[in-house]
Write a protein that binds this ligand. Structure first.
Ligand SMILES: *Cc1c(COP(=O)(O)O)cnc(C)c1O
Length: 367
């Protein structure tokens, strides 16, 4: 047998892939060791204590058998937390999986998926891998979503992220209502950072027949490693998503530990979410005091417009602090997204950022 050619050329593999995925770049997941990783908006204060305790009790059957025994209890725990009935919740391998499945469930290849740009970087990818046409529109000058621009695309799926990643902006309730009233297809409202605001529609989604609100246990709840996300909506809507998602997308020990956290660790989560909000405002003040620009945020991160963001991030990385650089965001330019955590980490981040900025400025010709 001929072994596979060790280096089949990229152009060859490009030809193997479907036309719509030719320019899709796999999401970068590499994590280099660092002092503080402020790059992915997870809970930097720690993991929920009841979930950790529950995790240590995994039994033999939970490992050898397919999950299923506990899926119902996760669904019930999610429904109880979100304030909906359990047939109005669909969970998945992260909310990524729920969004991807919804795109597949409700749109035909060739239809459009509209979103305000910039937003969650996976959205154009979910569009392309499902054969849809990613259709970005501008935010309004106020920083709010622009309902008319979204509706004008006539997209089968309109995606609204609120609070929005990476800007931190909240979509005005009236604007979202307008989109829901007039949208020709499905409206997905991504509330991955919903726990950091008082607003949110996770409990109301089932009142509409074509609205899906997604949330996750990866961010405020501190369980990104478990890979559990969920969506709420009318029972008929979540049923369609469940068909497409398929069975066994979550693993049994994570399901059980997550259900436990939803019952017992909510106060823990709320307390830390409040601390993140407090530290966010304090950090924003410190950045502004050093002459940096900061966008108002309703989430556990800040977006800091700054020239040469990739280079600044690299210099911060050399100082042990990982943040996420965004080159050339529409309407914003280069920026850094910085996750908010315990104040001691934010002090390290501030030092690294100021040091990096000084070094980049001095090494940039003409600055
Ligand atoms: C992190 C994130 C998600 C995905 O979270 P999962 O870990 O897949 O649940 C979804 N949407 C936004 C906007 C995010 O930032």
């Amino acid at each position: 047998m001929t072994p596979p050619t060790p280096s089949s050329s990229p152009s060859e593999s490009l030809r193997l892939g479907r036309a719509t995925i030719r320019d899709v770049v796999p999401y970068p997941t590499e994590r280099l060791p660092c002092t503080a990783d402020l790059s992915d908006n997870t809970n930097l204060f720690g993991a929920p204590p009841a979930a950790l305790r529950e995790l240590t009790t995994a039994g033999r059957d939970e490992i050898t058998r397919y999950p299923g025994l506990h899926a119902r209890s996760l669904r019930e725990a999610l429904a109880g937390y979100a304030g909906v009935r359990s047939d109005q919740v669909v969970s998945g391998c992260g909310s990524d999986d729920v969004i991807d499945s919804a795109v597949r469930a409700f749109a035909e290849p060739g239809e459009r998926l509209a979103y305000s740009d910039p937003t969650f970087s996976m959205i154009p990818v979910f569009a392309k891998v499902n054969g849809l046409v990613p259709t970005p529109v501008r935010f309004a000058a106020s920083g709010d979503i622009d309902p008319e621009a979204l509706l004008a695309t006539d997209a089968r799926i309109i995606y609204i992220c609120s609070p929005n990643n990476p800007t931190g902006s909240l979509a005005a309730r009236r604007s979202v209502d307008r989109v829901i009233e007039r949208a020709p297809g499905i409206v997905i409202i991504d509330e991955a950072y919903g726990e950091f605001t008082d607003s949110g529609r996770v409990g109301e989604a089932p009142e509409h027949d074509r609205v899906l609100v997604t949330r996750t246990l990866s961010k405020a709840f501190g369980m990104a490693g478990f890979r559990i996300g969920y969506g709420t909506g009318a029972a008929s809507l979540v049923h369609e998503i469940e068909k497409v998602r398929g069975p066994y997308k979550e693993n049994a020990p994570a399901e059980r530990a997550a259900a436990c956290a939803l019952r017992e660790d909510v106060a823990w989560m709320r307390d830390l979410a409040a601390k993140a909000v407090q530290n966010r405002e304090r950090f924003a003040g410190a950045l502004r005091a050093h002459g940096l620009d900061v966008l108002p945020s309703a989430a556990n991160f800040l977006l800091v417009p700054i020239a040469n963001a990739a280079l600044v991030a690299q210099r911060m990385r050399e100082r042990g602090i990982a943040v996420r650089p965004y080159p050339g965001l529409p309407g914003i330019g280069d920026a850094l997204r910085i996750t908010i955590g315990p104040w001691a980490l934010m002090e390290l981040a501030l030092d690294a950022l100021l040091g990096a900025r000084a070094s980049v400025v001095t090494t940039q010709p003409g600055r």
